[in-house]
Ligand binder design. Structure first.
Ligand code: 8X3
Length: 258
């Protein structure tokens, strides 16, 4: 697609997990930056709602329902995006807080599937389109759990360590090409669903995560960082950005007022 004003090709950004939280906020932010945004996630109805908001603001948006863990579906999706300038691998999540002794291996597998294998599959499928851009940027939204461990977080932390390794390895492997690989690692971010999913729908436990924290990050804070990193000049690769609220100096060091 070409823009009416400049006649230049509109830049395309694909965002996974775009139906809510950081993914939806990133889609809105990149649309404001002038990207045609391609929203993917499993829940079509929620994607449509995000797309409506973006269109209402004058943005250009496509919606493609997609499960990133389904390799055939991912390949079919990539065939519909011949040129991709920015890929934001955001789909992910945490399931359960049981200690290693009692954790459900199924939860660990599910977390690895979506946080690591999903990002791998989407990145593999879109690499030709990212190369076609002439300045492709792969963003991996990992976590501060990519670099540290905490009680009850083993499966999530293992998966996010994997996402970090994916970003680091890919950057090494494509060095010399017109491709950049950026990792954004958020700490405490209050979103509608992250903690609720982790605590299997227990709102009291989910809310307790943020209790007394003056200002946890919100999805828009992370979207801002992703958008900034993805829009530096082509020779500038932001390898890794760790972003936390001021009240969280480290994973276990959170200032609470109550
Ligand atoms: C989420 C950050 O602190 O819950 O990716 O592991 S944390």
């Amino acid at each position: 697609m070409r823009t009416a004003e400049t006649g230049q090709r509109a830049r395309t950004a694909v965002i996974t997990g775009a139906s809510s939280g950081i993914g939806a906020a990133t889609a809105r932010t990149l649309a404001r930056e002038g990207f045609e945004v391609v929203l993917t996630a499993r829940r079509a109805d929620r994607l449509d709602a995000v797309a409506r908001e973006i269109r209402d603001e004058g943005g250009t948006v496509r919606v493609v329902p997609l499960d990133v863990t389904d390799r055939d579906a991912v390949r079919a999706f990539a065939a519909r995006v011949p040129v991709c300038d920015v890929l934001v691998n955001n789909a992910g999540g945490a399931y359960g807080t049981e200690p290693v002794e009692h954790a459900d291996p199924g939860d660990w597998r599910a977390m690895y599937e979506v946080n690591v294998v999903g990002a791998l599959q989407v990145t593999q499928a879109l690499l030709p389109s990212l190369r076609a851009s002439g300045d492709g940027v792969v963003v991996v939204v990992s976590s501060t759990a990519s670099f540290t461990c905490y009680e009850g977080g083993g499966g999530y932390s293992a998966a996010k360590h994997g996402a970090h390794v994916l970003a680091e390895t890919l950057r090494l492997e494509v060095c010399g090409e017109e491709l950049r690989v950026v990792e954004v690692a958020p700490g405490m971010v209050r979103t509608e669903e992250f903690s609720l999913n982790r605590y299997r729908g227990d709102t009291d436990r989910a809310d307790a995560v943020y209790a007394g924290v003056a200002e946890p990050l919100v999805a828009e804070d992370v979207a801002d960082v992703v958008s900034w990193a993805a829009t530096r000049p082509p020779h500038v690769n932001i390898d890794l950005l760790v972003v936390r609220p001021r009240a969280q100096a480290a994973q276990h060091k959170v200032h609470r007022t109550s």
